[in-house]
Design a protein around this ligand. Structure first.
Ligand SMILES: Nc1nc2c(ncn2[C@@H]2O[C@H](COP(=O)(O)OP(=O)(O)O)[C@@H](O)[C@H]2O)c(=O)[nH]1
Ligand SMILES: [Mg+2]
Length: 201
């Protein structure tokens, strides 16, 4: 099910830009509740995607919209793709990711980047997170890692100072988050050197 196709303006974006190779295609991926939908709303500067807290997933299907990038100096059209969060229910997670992959494969020019969204308050590469990343790798292929941007949410302004140490640890070139991912997933620096972005709400 695709969202954002309700009015004629959006329809014209879709028909015109979705088949334009210059359109940037960004998809959020990650665990439920980490802030994927909120992140896309913030980038679009518009409440497009439903967000929420709780045990039940809010984003149940792939949802895609086309918008001009809201923040200068970039002036490109973007396709923003929100995805259901991974919930540690292996069957449902797999089915959800299979739906995402079918959707990605239907795109004329593929996905430009995967925004892999983590909550800065929980960045452990525990079994749950590793299973989730394994599922992405399995269904999207190893190439997936080349297109990853690591996004850490909940770096809110009022606690930013408190989080500076966490950020330093995550960014450490030898023992930080990227090094840990390289070690666990046997990635090398040439193919996996993703940007890291730290964002407040
Ligand atoms: N404080 C804070 N709350 C956030 C942030 N990002 C998301 N949230 C909240 O976390 C909850 C889950 O966000 P949502 O975007 O629905 O997560 P999703 O399941 O990954 O799409 C919502 O209540 C959001 O308001 C953030 O950076 N800071
Ligand atoms: Mg969501």
């Amino acid at each position: 099910m695709l969202a954002g196709r309700a009015n004629t303006t959006e329809l014209s974006y879709d028909t015109f830009y979705a088949s334009d190779p210059k359109t940037l295609v960004l998809s959020c991926l990650g665990a439920m509740g980490n802030g994927k939908s909120s992140l896309l709303n913030a980038i679009c500067d518009e409440q497009i995607y439903r967000t929420g807290r709780g045990a039940e997933p809010i984003t149940k299907h792939v949802e895609s919209v086309l918008r001009p990038w809201a923040n200068p100096p970039i002036s490109r059209y973007c396709q923003f793709i929100d995805t259901p969060g991974m919930c540690d229910s292996s069957v449902r997670d797999r089915e959800n990711m299979q739906e995402c992959v079918r959707y990605f494969k239907s795109l004329s020019f593929g996905v430009s980047a995967f925004l892999l969204v983590f909550n800065i308050n929980d960045t452990r590469l525990d079994a749950y997170t590793q299973n989730m990343l394994n599922l992405f790798e399995q269904l999207l292929g190893r190439e997936f890692w080349k297109y990853v941007i690591l996004v850490f949410t909940h770096v809110d302004e009022n606690i930013r100072d408190l989080l500076e140490d966490n950020i330093d640890v995550l960014e450490d070139p030898n023992e930080g988050f990227v090094s840990e991912l390289r070690r666990v997933f046997k990635l090398d620096k040439r193919t996996f050197d993703p940007p890291m972005v730290f964002l407040p709400m």
